[in-house]
Design a protein. Structure first.
Length: 282
């Protein structure tokens, strides 16, 4: 127990009975550890909230391509994409044609960082986007001007609101065999995989459905109506918001991370109570 630096009072009572001073110092340390615990929890929670909001803000933008700068898109295309996709987007032996893929495909591929492709692999993988949202829309507008194709989805389907139960059902039927029921992702053949759908923006989910990147099938409006696409997005948004109360998903092991949270939290409270009880008794 730390000794107080303050000078002892002149009329300090003898060590009989309960000296007021020793009770005071006894109480100070449990309060300090409780305060420390609270500060620690708040700091972790705060950092988590900061990171998650930063991530979702990054995903946000869905400016329409109607106002995008097609000429700038063409310049960006010639500088960054033409070597693989051909100077008119006609395709080369390196990469497929982009004629008719539509603004949606460009927004998805560039917006999720898959394009420009860095290394030849079994699959173009998601990575931090190389272009701003504005530049992405410029590129999309340029490709869309070459040949018609699926457009960037309307905002009304991207609110993340809808019938979650209906969305969950549709997801189980159409998507779960590749992406897992909880959207955690899964392996496919030949080194390919269906990625986890955690934290994917509503626009990118919608665009993936209408463009069917690589091994993923296309879900056109006859297969799944725009309203039902919105319901699927609502389900995935629900999963994002409710899946991991611990703040960390620990590889989507679900109950394990939740258990861990309870474990740490409960253990923390037990330690706090113990410290408090022992402090009270002396
Ligand atoms: C190193 C070569 C390479 C570069 C550079 C590259 N791509 Fe690609 N791109 C590919 C390959 C290969 C594919 C097809 C396989 C895949 O999707 O993984 C592809 C697919 C695409 C698709 C999907 C086409 C579809 O059928 O829906 C789009 C859209 C696209 N690229 C746009 C771009 C844009 C825009 C750029 C420039 C910012 C770019 N790519 C740069 C190699 C490249
Ligand atoms: C046959 C398997 C298969 C099915 C069924 C399937 N997907 Fe996919 N999905 C994939 C693959 C493979 C990719 C990765 C493509 C890539 O990287 O270019 C993917 C990518 C995605 C992405 C992009 C994720 C990211 O990280 O950017 C989203 C979103 C998505 N799928 C949603 C869905 C939804 C919603 C459904 C059901 C309506 C669905 N998928 C059905 C195989 C599938």
């Amino acid at each position: 127990m730390a000794k107080s630096a303050s000078s002892p009072r002149p009329s300090r009572p003898a060590r009989t009975g309960r000296p007021a001073r020793s009770t005071r110092t006894g109480r100070r340390s449990p309060l300090a550890s409780v305060a420390l615990l609270v500060v620690g929890l708040l700091a972790t929670g705060g950092a988590y909230a900061m990171f998650t909001t930063a991530a979702s803000a990054e995903e946000g933008g869905n400016a329409s391509i109607a106002t995008a700068d097609k000429e700038n898109g063409e310049k960006l295309f010639q500088a960054n994409c033409a070597t693989c996709h051909g100077s008119n987007g006609e395709g080369t032996n390196q990469a497929p044609t982009l004629l008719g893929v539509g603004a949606a495909s460009v927004d998805f591929q560039v917006g999720t960082g898959r394009m420009p492709m860095a290394v030849q692999g079994p699959q173009a993988e998601r990575k931090p986007p190389q272009f701003t949202d504005e530049q992405t829309k410029d590129l999309a507008a340029y490709i869309a001007s070459l040949a018609p194709g699926p457009d960037i989805p309307a905002d009304e389907y991207l609110t993340g609101k809808g019938d979650v139960t209906e969305g969950a059902e549709l997801f189980r039927i159409n998507c779960a065999m590749c992406h897992n029921v909880a959207g955690a992702g899964g392996a496919l053949t030949e080194g390919k995989f269906a990625p986890s759908l955690k934290g994917v923006s509503a626009a990118h989910i919608y665009e993936a459905m209408i463009t069917g990147p690589q091994n993923m099938p296309v879900f056109n409006d006859q297969n799944i109506s725009p309203e039902d696409k919105a319901n699927i997005i609502a389900y995935l948004t629900y999963l994002d918001e409710h899946a991991s109360p611990g703040g960390l998903d620990l590889g989507d092991l679900g109950p394990v991370s939740e258990g861990l949270f309870v474990w740490i939290f409960a253990l923390g409270s037990i330690v706090a109570i113990t410290v408090w009880l022992t402090a009270k008794s002396n």
